[in-house]
Design a protein around this ligand. Structure first.
Ligand SMILES: O=C(O)CC[C@@H](O)C(=O)O
Ligand SMILES: [Zn+2]
Length: 489
């Protein structure tokens, strides 16, 4: 079980002089003390984690972020960087009274080069706004996820968000060409390169991609964006068993090749849940129920060729028995409706009650064994729902119950983590460790690796003010103090 963090007593508490200072550098608007706004910022999307910060700062420039951090570091005020607050592991909310630094006012697109496709923007840009901007320019973001309407690119980079198109465009470690980050002491690291090739020693930007704001605050990013291709096709398919899903994946990789741009799966429990809890959705394959559903998207540049290729592949898969049913989206509205089924699962789970979430990387051939074992352990006590980015070996295992209940949790954990570790998987494929899994890191990383991570953290943030209690276990970064955090749920 997780050891609950205690407030690090070496951290100061915000006082009136601090507020005067912050108002001087940020103006009244940049300093948020209203209860209602703070309540939102203190609560995560899942309503599972709740902090008690009394202060949110909204800088408008890198220089302001630098001033804030320099000051907080000298005062030993802990901070939590926050973007759209769409995280699922409690990474972007305060655990106690950390000062929230929200980057939403830093939302400018700084440049876009149509020849190279390189976009440079500030960290607070909302992902969907970047997608629309690029669409007008004839390009796309290499990243797409359900939370695109609120998540910010700085948060995406800081968490190395994965999403629906990773199978095609790779992770942000590949697409982010450069970034600017501010260290705990206010030092601005300008690594905002736009070069495809740069082998001048250590590529330190990678430390900030996926470190969840624990090493510095990302303020600007440069991203390589692919050109928009004219022909996008989406199929909603059904398989009778998990083995067929896997075989379909491997066939899709070889037969569709470079045009494959998404391969997502949901099981029957996920499908039932989404149809029950979300309004206006229709089962695309209504003639019968299926054990597994797959979304295959292709993106290419030759309409007739791509469609023919996909149709031929689907026909073959039906003939060979890999597919039991399927339908191709006839237009963009139908494609959106299909995507809404897949992207709506997290929302449907929230509506269904309490949910325990696990975001695992596992060898695809083993993935569903875990789901079945979990069902065996929990029986009728919970609804075990499985879906995810099958093409990337990423399972979203969600256990839905009426309410949070420790007797259920003890059946799930440490079982899920041990199982994942035994199969050399990762306990966080894409959501990060945040608060939820900081003390579980050893299931996926060796002792020596965790120690080196802790040493890096100490080097860059000696006072430990940046997003404390997250990512790394308290045992390697000892906290002094006894205060218990307020717990919700
Ligand atoms: O809610 C989840 O477990 C997954 C959320 C997100 O990563 C998704 O792929 O829909
Ligand atoms: Zn996901």
């Amino acid at each position: 079980m997780a050891s609950t963090p205690v407030r690090n007593k070496s951290f100061s508490t915000v006082n009136s002089d601090d507020i005067i200072y912050f108002k001087k550098i940020l103006g009244e608007k940049g300093v948020v003390e209203e209860e209602e706004k703070l309540d939102d910022a203190n609560t995560d999307w899942l309503r599972k984690y709740k902090g008690s910060s009394k202060l949110m700062l909204q800088p408008r420039s890198t220089q302001e972020v630098s001033q804030i951090l320099h000051y907080c570091n000298s005062r030993c005020l802990a901070v939590v960087p926050q973007g759209g607050n769409t995280g699922l592991v409690g990474g972007s909310i305060p655990v106690f009274d950390e000062v929230i630094i929200n980057l939403r006012s830093m939302n400018n697109i700084l440049s876009f080069d149509k020849v190279s496709g390189i976009l440079v923007c500030e960290a607070g840009c909302i992902l969907e706004n970047l997608i629309s901007f690029l669409d007008n320019e004839g390009f796309i973001m290499p990243l797409d996820l359900g939370a695109k309407g609120s998540c910010q690119i700085g948060g995406n980079v800081s968490t190395n968000a994965g999403g629906l198109r990773l199978i095609r465009y790779g992770s942000l470690h590949g697409s982010v060409l450069g970034l600017e980050a501010v260290l705990a002491n206010g030092t601005v690291l300008d690594m905002l390169g736009t070069l495809r090739k740069d082998n001048t020693g250590y590529d330190l930007k990678h430390l900030f991609i996926g470190s969840e704001g624990s090493l510095g605050i990302v303020t600007k990013v440069s991203i390589l964006t692919p050109p928009k291709l004219s022909s996008v096709n989406l199929a909603f398919l059904a398989c009778k068993d998990y083995t067929s899903c896997q075989k379909l994946l491997s066939a899709a990789k070889t037969k569709l090749g470079e045009i494959l741009s998404a391969f997502e799966f949901l099981d029957i429990n996920a499908m039932d849940l989404v149809l029950k809890h979300l309004d206006g959705l229709r089962d695309p394959l209504p003639s019968s129920k299926h054990n597994f559903y797959i979304l295959i998207e292709t993106t290419g540049s030759t309409e007739s060729h791509d469609k023919e290729k996909l149709e031929a592949f689907l026909l073959q898969s039906i003939e060979s028995g890999l597919l039991t049913d399927g339908v191709l989206a006839q237009d963009i509205n139908q494609a959106s409706a299909f995507w809404r089924i897949r992207e709506g699962i997290p929302e449907a789970l929230m509506k269904a009650g309490a949910v325990y979430k696990y975001d695992l990387s596992l060898p695809p051939e083993k993935m569903y064994d875990l789901v079945e074992e979990m069902r065996g352990c929990l029986g009728a006590e919970a609804n075990v729902v499985a879906y995810g980015h099958l093409g990337d070996g990423n399972l979203h295992l969600n256990i839905s119950t009426r309410q949070y209940d420790d007797s259920i949790l003890t059946k799930i954990e440490p079982f899920v983590y041990e199982w994942t570790s035994k199969h050399r998987g990762s306990i966080s494929a894409e959501h990060g460790l945040g608060l939820m899994k900081a003390n579980k890191i050893h299931y996926s990383k060796s002792l020596e690796t965790v120690q080196l991570m802790a040493d890096i953290k100490k080097l860059l943030d000696p006072n430990g003010i940046l997003n404390p209690y997250k990512v790394l276990p308290t045992s390697v970064l000892p906290q002094r103090g006894e205060e218990e955090p307020k717990k919700e749920a």
